[in-house]
Design a protein around this ligand. Structure first.
Ligand code: PNW
Length: 481
């Protein structure tokens, strides 16, 4: 639907940011170059058994060395914005507030930002996308140590605002804190790999550590925002917020138990972080579920936490059907399935077990977040990994039909949410610009709209890249004056 002048139908925002997203550790490689310090993913990804294909992030898509080539491709795609993350250990190799700053690290991102701006591409910068400096993990336990990590992260953020804030006007403090806390300190499948499961990790307590880490993450984010607002925003004039993962939850059927369970699933997946940051409280369900294990904020901390995001940063991939029951606290003691009561599947299965295509869920989640948190939404990730793409010959992989269908559905859902439901959405960043290091999956799962041949590091646009480039320039999403 196209908005016409004078109608009550909302207009598609003229400054809407269409782009693609990546993250430092997943693309940069060059782990020993120009004074970079180790991150917790360096060694973790080298431990046999931690990645599916046994491969690590040492080279990835070699984007640290090939940034000019990547920039040329972004320019060729003609997108408006690019989301990437800064590697903390390139800026401050050991990580702490009294440790040396690495000018080469600053120079690298500075040149890249200049290159984007020259190409007319808006940089959307994540400060932390899971690559904690190993030095801080070794020194005091990283995110487990609230007193230290909050100060060190705030210092690192300040260094970045100082170095890049004259040119960067869109900041994300943290990417998906749920993943950092649960996958890194609960399930133990992401670095630093801590868990109560002694087959996985010699150390860790999955019943307490994730909640402690989550608490530190919220405070670290909030303090960085306070610094930005007080010291930089008045002159630099940008926006800053957090970006949360979260998938739509549909009750398996309309039994009260399953309806309640769907809300509980959302409370832990999203509310754990979003309720404190936007509303000023932890979800009741979490407090009840965790009792004394749920950390509390002091009154003084709440004043920093509540309202600490200028917008809602949204990463979303799928929808789950939810049943009550089970004892998995990380899912809010709810069970997740893609199989409907009648035995059919919710949508097309991706390469990863946790992902099926269901665009209606994207629209529903946009509405839920808009109604609950009442702030403009920046969609900072959304994407699909085609089943078995990694074992296909190049020509076949480039015809990524299921990914095109995924983005067709998602962009239509986005348009409906904006134009029909009146949800205020400001950006759409498909994950990912390139195939890259997919964490515990290694390189076996491909999320890129650009195929990367890891033997030659050659990049090849897939059909989905062409599709998305066309969507953003089509008349019904073009800016309305
Ligand atoms: C996000 N899950 O991670 C990250 O922000 C990206 O770095 C990543 O490459 C992308 O999504 C694709 O996985 C997620 O298990 C990792 O539900 C795991 C889950 C969700 C998101």
């Amino acid at each position: 639907m196209i908005a016409t002048a004078g109608s009550t139908v909302p207009k598609f925002p003229s400054d809407f940011l269409w782009g693609f997203a990546t993250a430092s550790f997943q693309i940069e490689g060059a782990v020993n170059e120009d004074g970079r310090g180790k991150s917790i993913w360096d060694d973790f990804s080298r431990i046999p058994g931690k990645t599916l294909d046994g491969r690590n992030g040492d080279v990835a898509t070699d984007s640290y060395n090939r940034w000019k080539e990547d920039l040329a491709l972004l320019r060729e795609y003609g997108i408006k914005a690019y989301r990437f993350s800064i590697a903390w250990s390139r800026i401050i190799p050991v990580g702490g507030r009294n440790d040396p700053i690495n000018p080469k690290g600053i120079e690298f991102y500075s040149k890249f930002i200049d290159g984007l701006l020259e190409a007319g591409i808006t940089p959307f910068v994540t400060l932390y996308h899971w690559d904690l400096p190993q030095g801080l993990h070794d020194r005091y336990g990283g995110w487990l140590n609230k007193e230290e990590i909050v100060q060190d992260y705030a210092h690192y953020a300040r260094v970045c605002f100082q170095a890049f804030g004259d040119r960067v006007k869109h900041w994300l403090t943290l990417n998906e804190p749920w993943c950092t806390a649960i996958l890194g300190y609960g399930r133990g499948v992401f670095a630093p790999g801590r868990s109560s499961d002694r087959n996985r990790s010699p150390e860790g307590d999955s019943s307490t550590e994730p909640w402690i880490v989550g608490h530190s993450l919220i405070l670290a984010h909030a303090h960085a925002v306070k610094i930005y607002r007080e010291e930089f925003k008045p002159t630099q004039g940008g926006q800053i917020g957090i970006t949360l993962n979260g998938d739509w939850a549909i009750p398996f059927d309309d039994s009260p138990e399953n309806v309640e369970a769907a809300q509980h699933a959302l409370d832990v997946a999203i509310g754990w972080f979003a309720d404190p940051v936007y509303l000023g409280f932890y979800p009741e369900h979490m407090k009840k579920m965790l009792g004394e294990r749920m950390p509390e904020f002091t009154a003084e901390e709440w004043t920093v936490v509540k309202g600490s995001s200028d917008f809602y940063g949204m990463n979303t991939y799928t929808t789950n059907l939810i049943k009550g029951g089970g004892d998995d606290e990380f899912q809010g003691k709810a069970e997740y399935t893609f199989t409907r009561a009648d035995g059919t599947q919710l949508g097309t299965q991706a390469h990863c077990a946790w992902l099926q295509d269901y665009p209606e869920g994207f629209r529903a989640l946009l509405n839920y977040l808009w109604n609950r948190y009442k702030l403009p939404i920046f969609v900072t990730e959304n994407g699909f990994a085609v089943k078995d793409e990694n074992s296909m010959p190049l020509e076949e992989a480039l015809q990524d039909h299921d990914r095109v269908e995924y983005f067709r559905g998602a962009t239509q859902a986005l348009m409906s949410a904006v134009m029909e439901d009146g949800v205020d959405v400001r950006s759409y960043f498909p994950w990912s610009f390139l195939d890259n290091f997919e964490w515990a999956d290694g390189y076996s799962t491909r999320f890129g709209v650009t195929y990367v041949d890891y033997e030659t590091q050659k990049r090849y646009p897939k059909e989905s890249a062409k599709f998305l480039v066309k969507v953003q320039t089509s008349p019904c999403v073009k800016s309305h004056p």
